[in-house]
Design a protein around this ligand. Sequence first.
Ligand SMILES: *[C@@H]1O[C@H](CO)[C@@H](O)[C@H](O)[C@H]1NC(C)=O
Ligand SMILES: *[C@@H]1O[C@H](CO)[C@@H](O)[C@H](O)[C@H]1NC(C)=O
Length: 370
Amino acid sequence: MYSLSRNHEHCIISLKSASFVILLVFSVILQVNSEPFTAGLSAFGAAGLAAFYTVADRLWCNFKECCTEKYIPANITSLSMDLQQKVYGQHLVQTVVLNTIQGHVTNPNPTKSLVLSFHGWTGGGKNFVSRIIADNIYMNGMDSKYVHLFVATLHFPHKKDIDHYKDQLISWIKGNVTQCQRQLFIFDEMDKMHPGLIDVLKPFLDHYPEIDGVDYRKNIFIFLSNTAGNDITVKTLENWKQGHDRKDITVKEMDQLLNVNAFNEAGGLWHSNLIEKHLIDFFVPFLPLERQHIKECIKDDLKEKRLVEKIQRRLGQSEIDSVITEIANELQYFPDEHKVYSKSGCKRVSQKVDLVVGEMLGFLQLRNTL
Ligand SMILES: *[C@@H]1O[C@H](CO)[C@@H](O)[C@H](O)[C@H]1NC(C)=O
Ligand SMILES: *[C@@H]1O[C@H](CO)[C@@H](O)[C@H](O)[C@H]1NC(C)=O
Protein backbone atom coordinates (compact mmCIF):
# COMPACT_ATOMS: atom_id res chain seq x y z
CA MET A 1 0.00 0.00 0.00
CA TYR A 2 2.73 2.36 1.07
CA SER A 3 4.97 1.71 -1.92
CA LEU A 4 1.98 1.95 -4.24
CA SER A 5 1.14 5.46 -3.12
CA ARG A 6 4.79 6.41 -3.32
CA ASN A 7 4.91 5.20 -6.92
CA HIS A 8 1.75 7.06 -7.69
CA GLU A 9 3.22 10.28 -6.37
CA HIS A 10 6.40 9.74 -8.32
CA CYS A 11 4.40 9.14 -11.47
CA ILE A 12 2.49 12.40 -11.09
CA ILE A 13 5.70 14.32 -10.58
CA SER A 14 7.31 12.90 -13.72
CA LEU A 15 4.11 13.53 -15.68
CA LYS A 16 4.19 17.13 -14.53
CA SER A 17 7.81 17.61 -15.44
CA ALA A 18 7.33 15.97 -18.84
CA SER A 19 4.43 18.24 -19.74
CA PHE A 20 6.38 21.15 -18.39
CA VAL A 21 9.29 20.44 -20.71
CA ILE A 22 6.96 20.09 -23.69
CA LEU A 23 5.29 23.38 -22.86
CA LEU A 24 8.64 25.05 -22.43
CA VAL A 25 9.92 23.85 -25.82
CA PHE A 26 6.64 24.88 -27.38
CA SER A 27 6.86 28.34 -25.85
CA VAL A 28 10.42 28.81 -27.10
CA ILE A 29 9.31 27.86 -30.64
CA LEU A 30 6.43 30.28 -30.31
CA GLN A 31 8.72 33.09 -29.30
CA VAL A 32 11.28 32.41 -32.02
CA ASN A 33 8.61 32.24 -34.71
CA SER A 34 6.36 34.81 -33.21
CA GLU A 35 5.93 36.75 -36.49
CA PRO A 36 4.44 34.02 -38.72
CA PHE A 37 2.63 32.45 -35.81
CA THR A 38 0.75 35.52 -34.68
CA ALA A 39 -0.19 36.19 -38.30
CA GLY A 40 -1.49 32.66 -38.74
CA LEU A 41 -3.29 32.50 -35.46
CA SER A 42 -4.97 35.87 -35.53
CA ALA A 43 -8.38 34.34 -34.84
CA PHE A 44 -7.15 32.16 -32.04
CA GLY A 45 -4.74 34.84 -30.99
CA ALA A 46 -3.90 36.48 -27.75
CA ALA A 47 -6.47 34.77 -25.54
CA GLY A 48 -5.13 31.31 -26.34
CA LEU A 49 -1.59 32.45 -25.87
CA ALA A 50 -2.42 34.08 -22.55
CA ALA A 51 -4.16 30.93 -21.34
CA PHE A 52 -1.18 28.92 -22.45
CA TYR A 53 1.22 31.15 -20.55
CA THR A 54 -0.93 30.93 -17.43
CA VAL A 55 -0.72 27.16 -17.55
CA ALA A 56 3.03 27.29 -18.16
CA ASP A 57 3.40 29.71 -15.27
CA ARG A 58 1.46 27.50 -12.92
CA LEU A 59 3.58 24.50 -13.85
CA TRP A 60 6.77 26.49 -13.45
CA CYS A 61 5.70 27.55 -9.95
CA ASN A 62 5.47 23.93 -8.87
CA PHE A 63 9.23 23.79 -9.07
CA LYS A 64 10.49 27.31 -8.48
CA GLU A 65 9.62 29.91 -5.89
CA CYS A 66 6.97 32.29 -7.22
CA CYS A 67 5.21 35.38 -5.97
CA THR A 68 2.12 33.36 -4.97
CA GLU A 69 0.24 32.50 -1.81
CA LYS A 70 1.78 29.05 -1.78
CA TYR A 71 5.25 30.53 -1.33
CA ILE A 72 4.14 33.58 0.64
CA PRO A 73 1.49 32.19 3.00
CA ALA A 74 2.01 34.92 5.65
CA ASN A 75 0.67 32.62 8.35
CA ILE A 76 -0.34 34.83 11.27
CA THR A 77 -1.44 31.88 13.43
CA SER A 78 2.00 30.32 13.33
CA LEU A 79 3.71 33.71 13.68
CA SER A 80 1.75 34.28 16.87
CA MET A 81 2.63 30.80 18.16
CA ASP A 82 6.34 31.23 17.43
CA LEU A 83 6.47 34.63 19.12
CA GLN A 84 4.72 33.23 22.20
CA GLN A 85 6.68 30.01 22.45
CA LYS A 86 10.19 30.85 21.26
CA VAL A 87 10.78 34.44 22.37
CA TYR A 88 11.43 35.01 26.07
CA GLY A 89 11.06 38.13 28.17
CA GLN A 90 9.96 40.40 25.32
CA HIS A 91 6.29 41.20 25.87
CA LEU A 92 6.50 44.48 23.93
CA VAL A 93 8.12 42.80 20.95
CA GLN A 94 5.51 40.05 20.90
CA THR A 95 2.61 42.49 20.87
CA VAL A 96 3.98 45.10 18.50
CA VAL A 97 5.42 42.68 15.94
CA LEU A 98 2.32 40.51 15.78
CA ASN A 99 -0.13 43.40 15.51
CA THR A 100 1.80 45.39 12.94
CA ILE A 101 2.67 42.44 10.70
CA GLN A 102 -0.87 41.13 10.85
CA GLY A 103 -2.29 44.56 10.06
CA HIS A 104 0.02 45.00 7.11
CA VAL A 105 -0.12 41.59 5.41
CA THR A 106 -3.89 41.25 5.73
CA ASN A 107 -4.52 44.70 4.28
CA PRO A 108 -5.00 44.43 0.49
CA ASN A 109 -4.17 48.14 0.08
CA PRO A 110 -1.69 49.35 2.69
CA THR A 111 -1.04 53.09 2.53
CA LYS A 112 2.71 52.66 2.93
CA SER A 113 5.29 49.93 3.41
CA LEU A 114 5.66 48.68 6.97
CA VAL A 115 8.82 49.96 8.66
CA LEU A 116 9.90 48.52 12.00
CA SER A 117 12.99 49.63 13.88
CA PHE A 118 14.32 47.05 16.37
CA HIS A 119 16.44 48.42 19.24
CA GLY A 120 18.41 46.85 22.06
CA TRP A 121 21.69 45.23 23.06
CA THR A 122 23.00 42.10 21.36
CA GLY A 123 21.44 38.81 22.35
CA GLY A 124 18.00 40.27 23.03
CA GLY A 125 16.64 38.50 19.97
CA LYS A 126 16.53 41.11 17.18
CA ASN A 127 17.94 38.76 14.56
CA PHE A 128 16.02 35.84 15.97
CA VAL A 129 12.68 37.65 15.73
CA SER A 130 13.51 38.82 12.19
CA ARG A 131 14.03 35.20 11.24
CA ILE A 132 10.73 34.19 12.85
CA ILE A 133 8.97 36.86 10.78
CA ALA A 134 10.63 35.62 7.56
CA ASP A 135 9.83 31.99 8.41
CA ASN A 136 6.14 32.69 8.87
CA ILE A 137 5.59 34.98 5.91
CA TYR A 138 7.64 32.99 3.38
CA MET A 139 7.61 29.24 2.84
CA ASN A 140 11.40 29.32 2.33
CA GLY A 141 12.03 31.66 5.26
CA MET A 142 15.38 33.47 5.17
CA ASP A 143 16.32 31.46 2.05
CA SER A 144 13.44 32.95 0.09
CA LYS A 145 14.52 35.09 -2.83
CA TYR A 146 12.05 37.68 -1.53
CA VAL A 147 13.90 38.08 1.77
CA HIS A 148 16.99 40.30 1.79
CA LEU A 149 19.43 40.69 4.64
CA PHE A 150 21.92 43.54 4.46
CA VAL A 151 24.62 43.84 7.11
CA ALA A 152 26.20 47.30 7.14
CA THR A 153 29.82 46.23 7.80
CA LEU A 154 29.52 43.33 5.35
CA HIS A 155 27.60 44.78 2.40
CA PHE A 156 28.45 48.48 2.69
CA PRO A 157 31.85 48.60 4.42
CA HIS A 158 33.74 51.41 2.65
CA LYS A 159 32.84 55.03 3.06
CA LYS A 160 34.46 55.96 -0.24
CA ASP A 161 32.14 53.62 -2.16
CA ILE A 162 29.01 55.19 -0.81
CA ASP A 163 27.79 56.41 -4.20
CA HIS A 164 28.18 52.98 -5.69
CA TYR A 165 26.26 51.45 -2.74
CA LYS A 166 23.48 53.97 -3.20
CA ASP A 167 23.01 53.10 -6.88
CA GLN A 168 23.23 49.39 -6.11
CA LEU A 169 20.68 49.53 -3.31
CA ILE A 170 18.17 51.51 -5.34
CA SER A 171 18.53 49.15 -8.28
CA TRP A 172 18.20 46.04 -6.09
CA ILE A 173 15.08 47.24 -4.34
CA LYS A 174 13.52 48.41 -7.57
CA GLY A 175 14.47 45.24 -9.47
CA ASN A 176 13.14 42.91 -6.81
CA VAL A 177 9.91 44.77 -6.09
CA THR A 178 9.18 44.92 -9.82
CA GLN A 179 9.16 41.12 -9.78
CA CYS A 180 7.15 40.71 -6.57
CA GLN A 181 5.56 43.33 -4.35
CA ARG A 182 5.88 41.36 -1.14
CA GLN A 183 9.54 41.63 -0.21
CA LEU A 184 11.16 41.70 3.20
CA PHE A 185 14.25 43.88 3.57
CA ILE A 186 16.25 43.51 6.78
CA PHE A 187 19.05 46.00 7.49
CA ASP A 188 21.35 44.88 10.31
CA GLU A 189 23.77 47.22 12.11
CA MET A 190 21.81 50.32 11.18
CA ASP A 191 23.96 52.27 13.64
CA LYS A 192 26.98 51.55 11.43
CA MET A 193 25.29 52.46 8.20
CA HIS A 194 26.12 55.68 6.38
CA PRO A 195 23.26 58.20 6.88
CA GLY A 196 23.31 59.00 3.16
CA LEU A 197 22.63 55.39 2.35
CA ILE A 198 19.66 55.30 4.69
CA ASP A 199 18.17 58.37 3.08
CA VAL A 200 18.17 56.58 -0.26
CA LEU A 201 15.49 54.30 1.17
CA LYS A 202 13.13 57.16 1.88
CA PRO A 203 10.95 57.06 -1.26
CA PHE A 204 10.42 53.31 -0.82
CA LEU A 205 9.06 53.81 2.70
CA ASP A 206 6.78 56.69 1.93
CA HIS A 207 3.10 56.97 1.00
CA TYR A 208 3.53 57.05 -2.79
CA PRO A 209 1.01 54.83 -4.64
CA GLU A 210 3.74 54.18 -7.17
CA ILE A 211 7.16 55.32 -8.33
CA ASP A 212 7.87 54.82 -12.04
CA GLY A 213 5.03 52.36 -12.19
CA VAL A 214 6.12 50.27 -9.21
CA ASP A 215 4.09 50.05 -6.00
CA TYR A 216 6.28 49.67 -2.89
CA ARG A 217 3.59 49.72 -0.25
CA LYS A 218 3.32 45.97 0.38
CA ASN A 219 6.98 45.63 1.38
CA ILE A 220 8.25 45.26 4.91
CA PHE A 221 11.46 46.93 6.10
CA ILE A 222 13.12 45.98 9.38
CA PHE A 223 16.03 47.99 10.80
CA LEU A 224 18.17 46.46 13.54
CA SER A 225 20.46 48.50 15.76
CA ASN A 226 22.00 48.77 19.21
CA THR A 227 20.96 52.41 19.27
CA ALA A 228 19.27 53.37 22.54
CA GLY A 229 20.18 49.95 24.01
CA ASN A 230 21.58 51.69 27.03
CA ASP A 231 18.45 53.76 27.63
CA ILE A 232 16.29 50.67 27.35
CA THR A 233 18.45 48.92 29.94
CA VAL A 234 18.40 51.87 32.35
CA LYS A 235 14.63 52.11 32.07
CA THR A 236 14.15 48.36 32.58
CA LEU A 237 16.49 48.31 35.57
CA GLU A 238 14.69 51.26 37.13
CA ASN A 239 11.43 49.39 36.78
CA TRP A 240 13.02 46.32 38.41
CA LYS A 241 14.45 48.32 41.30
CA GLN A 242 11.00 49.70 42.03
CA GLY A 243 9.81 46.11 42.35
CA HIS A 244 7.50 46.23 39.31
CA ASP A 245 6.90 43.38 36.89
CA ARG A 246 8.74 43.98 33.61
CA LYS A 247 5.44 43.42 31.84
CA ASP A 248 4.29 46.70 33.38
CA ILE A 249 6.57 48.57 30.97
CA THR A 250 4.30 49.98 28.28
CA VAL A 251 4.78 50.45 24.56
CA LYS A 252 4.03 54.13 24.99
CA GLU A 253 6.75 55.02 27.50
CA MET A 254 9.35 53.06 25.52
CA ASP A 255 8.22 54.66 22.27
CA GLN A 256 8.87 58.11 23.67
CA LEU A 257 12.30 57.08 24.87
CA LEU A 258 13.25 55.55 21.52
CA ASN A 259 11.83 58.28 19.35
CA VAL A 260 14.05 60.81 21.07
CA ASN A 261 17.18 58.67 21.38
CA ALA A 262 17.22 56.95 18.02
CA PHE A 263 17.32 60.42 16.56
CA ASN A 264 19.90 62.00 18.83
CA GLU A 265 22.41 59.20 19.16
CA ALA A 266 25.26 59.25 16.67
CA GLY A 267 25.30 56.76 13.81
CA GLY A 268 22.65 55.22 11.59
CA LEU A 269 19.35 56.94 12.09
CA TRP A 270 21.17 60.01 13.26
CA HIS A 271 20.55 62.90 10.88
CA SER A 272 18.69 60.63 8.54
CA ASN A 273 15.35 62.13 7.70
CA LEU A 274 13.46 58.87 8.09
CA ILE A 275 12.50 59.86 11.61
CA GLU A 276 11.97 63.48 10.82
CA LYS A 277 9.48 62.50 8.14
CA HIS A 278 7.80 59.89 10.36
CA LEU A 279 8.56 57.08 7.95
CA ILE A 280 9.39 54.60 10.71
CA ASP A 281 6.09 53.15 11.85
CA PHE A 282 7.19 51.51 15.10
CA PHE A 283 10.21 51.49 17.37
CA VAL A 284 10.42 48.04 18.91
CA PRO A 285 12.40 47.82 22.17
CA PHE A 286 14.22 44.57 23.08
CA LEU A 287 14.64 44.51 26.85
CA PRO A 288 17.77 43.04 28.48
CA LEU A 289 17.23 39.39 29.45
CA GLU A 290 17.20 38.07 33.00
CA ARG A 291 18.67 34.81 34.25
CA GLN A 292 15.25 33.08 34.06
CA HIS A 293 15.00 33.93 30.33
CA ILE A 294 18.52 32.67 29.72
CA LYS A 295 17.49 29.38 31.31
CA GLU A 296 14.60 29.06 28.87
CA CYS A 297 16.99 29.59 25.95
CA ILE A 298 19.30 26.93 27.41
CA LYS A 299 16.38 24.49 27.70
CA ASP A 300 15.46 25.07 24.05
CA ASP A 301 19.05 24.56 22.96
CA LEU A 302 19.34 21.32 24.95
CA LYS A 303 16.09 20.07 23.41
CA GLU A 304 17.17 21.01 19.91
CA LYS A 305 20.45 19.13 20.36
CA ARG A 306 18.59 16.13 21.89
CA LEU A 307 20.71 16.38 25.02
CA VAL A 308 17.95 16.35 27.66
CA GLU A 309 17.41 12.57 27.66
CA LYS A 310 21.11 11.96 27.38
CA ILE A 311 21.84 14.03 30.47
CA GLN A 312 18.97 12.44 32.40
CA ARG A 313 20.11 8.96 31.47
CA ARG A 314 23.68 9.59 32.52
CA LEU A 315 23.23 11.82 35.54
CA GLY A 316 19.72 11.02 36.75
CA GLN A 317 16.26 12.51 36.10
CA SER A 318 16.57 15.35 38.60
CA GLU A 319 19.95 16.61 37.48
CA ILE A 320 18.74 18.54 34.44
CA ASP A 321 17.91 21.68 36.44
CA SER A 322 21.35 21.86 38.02
CA VAL A 323 22.95 21.42 34.60
CA ILE A 324 20.87 24.31 33.26
CA THR A 325 21.90 26.46 36.24
CA GLU A 326 25.53 25.57 35.70
CA ILE A 327 25.33 26.63 32.04
CA ALA A 328 23.55 29.86 33.00
CA ASN A 329 26.38 30.58 35.46
CA GLU A 330 28.88 30.46 32.62
CA LEU A 331 27.48 33.72 31.25
CA GLN A 332 28.18 37.17 32.64
CA TYR A 333 25.60 39.38 34.28
CA PHE A 334 25.30 43.09 35.00
CA PRO A 335 25.13 45.61 36.65
CA ASP A 336 27.89 44.54 39.02
CA GLU A 337 25.96 45.17 42.24
CA HIS A 338 22.77 43.31 41.20
CA LYS A 339 23.75 41.00 38.33
CA VAL A 340 20.21 40.95 36.95
CA TYR A 341 20.76 40.96 33.18
CA SER A 342 22.83 38.78 30.88
CA LYS A 343 25.55 40.75 29.10
CA SER A 344 25.22 38.73 25.91
CA GLY A 345 21.54 37.81 26.19
CA CYS A 346 20.85 34.39 24.67
CA LYS A 347 23.50 34.90 22.04
CA ARG A 348 26.31 32.73 23.42
CA VAL A 349 24.05 30.13 25.01
CA SER A 350 24.59 27.50 22.33
CA GLN A 351 28.39 27.53 22.70
CA LYS A 352 28.14 27.39 26.50
CA VAL A 353 25.82 24.40 26.24
CA ASP A 354 28.35 22.59 24.05
CA LEU A 355 31.14 23.44 26.44
CA VAL A 356 29.50 22.45 29.72
CA VAL A 357 27.63 19.38 28.46
CA GLY A 358 30.61 18.26 26.42
CA GLU A 359 32.85 18.38 29.46
CA MET A 360 30.29 16.65 31.61
CA LEU A 361 29.51 13.77 29.27
CA GLY A 362 33.10 13.46 28.11
CA PHE A 363 34.25 13.21 31.70
CA LEU A 364 31.68 10.50 32.41
CA GLN A 365 32.68 8.58 29.32
CA LEU A 366 36.29 8.66 30.44
CA ARG A 367 35.41 7.46 33.92
CA ASN A 368 33.32 4.59 32.55
CA THR A 369 36.16 3.25 30.46
CA LEU A 370 38.64 3.31 33.32
C1 LIG B 1 -0.73 28.17 9.64
O1 LIG B 1 0.00 27.57 10.69
C2 LIG B 1 -0.77 26.70 11.50
C3 LIG B 1 0.10 26.27 12.66
O2 LIG B 1 1.36 25.85 12.24
C4 LIG B 1 -1.25 25.55 10.64
O3 LIG B 1 -2.03 24.66 11.42
C5 LIG B 1 -2.08 26.09 9.49
O4 LIG B 1 -2.45 25.03 8.62
C6 LIG B 1 -1.30 27.13 8.71
N1 LIG B 1 -2.18 27.77 7.74
C7 LIG B 1 -1.83 27.92 6.47
C8 LIG B 1 -2.81 28.63 5.63
O5 LIG B 1 -0.77 27.50 6.03
C1 LIG C 1 17.43 41.46 -5.65
O1 LIG C 1 18.21 41.70 -4.50
C2 LIG C 1 19.43 40.99 -4.44
C3 LIG C 1 20.11 41.34 -3.15
O2 LIG C 1 19.37 40.84 -2.07
C4 LIG C 1 20.31 41.32 -5.63
O3 LIG C 1 21.48 40.55 -5.59
C5 LIG C 1 19.56 41.05 -6.90
O4 LIG C 1 20.32 41.47 -8.00
C6 LIG C 1 18.23 41.81 -6.89
N1 LIG C 1 17.46 41.46 -8.09
C7 LIG C 1 17.11 42.34 -8.99
C8 LIG C 1 16.29 41.82 -10.12
O5 LIG C 1 17.43 43.51 -8.94
